[in-house]
Design a protein. Structure first.
Length: 134
């Protein structure tokens, strides 16, 4: 058959289940780096699903975690994106500061520019719409 095959369509996005609490009297034994990665990933998913207010505290905790500098820089860029989508003028100013910190932390990283490009595009769009209102 000479007909080209179609790529299968991705499955629909499923809502995230609530985080399961640790049983009473027990403490989860998860390494710090793993916990930080879980917080960052969950925060990124919430941000991508349009819940930036819920993502901000998770991403803040992930930035404070113990990870290599390049992962921390990506976390800062994700936090900047979430703050930009979540809040008013004070949050936008904080988002710009987080993006600048990410750039300083990992100026030559190959992955960081992708996250910062989407932040800068959203920031430019926000500033353009604010200028159009005035």
């Amino acid at each position: 058959s000479s007909r080209p095959r179609r790529a299968p369509s991705p499955p629909p996005a499923l809502p995230l289940p609530p985080a399961a609490p640790c049983p009473p009297g027990r403490r989860a034994r998860v390494p710090r780096a793993t916990r930080t990665a879980m917080l960052r990933t969950r925060g990124e998913l919430l941000r991508a699903q349009g819940q930036p207010a819920a993502a901000v505290p998770l991403l803040r905790a992930a930035v404070r975690g113990h990870e290599p500098y390049w992962l921390r820089a990506i976390g800062m860029a994700l936090l900047a994106q979430a703050l930009l989508r979540a809040g008013g003028d004070a949050a936008v100013a904080e988002a710009v500061r987080w993006a600048a910190r990410a750039r300083r932390l990992d100026p030559h990283g190959p992955l960081l520019p992708r996250h910062l490009r989407s932040f800068e595009a959203a920031l430019a769009e926000r500033r353009a719409s604010a200028a159009a209102i005035r």
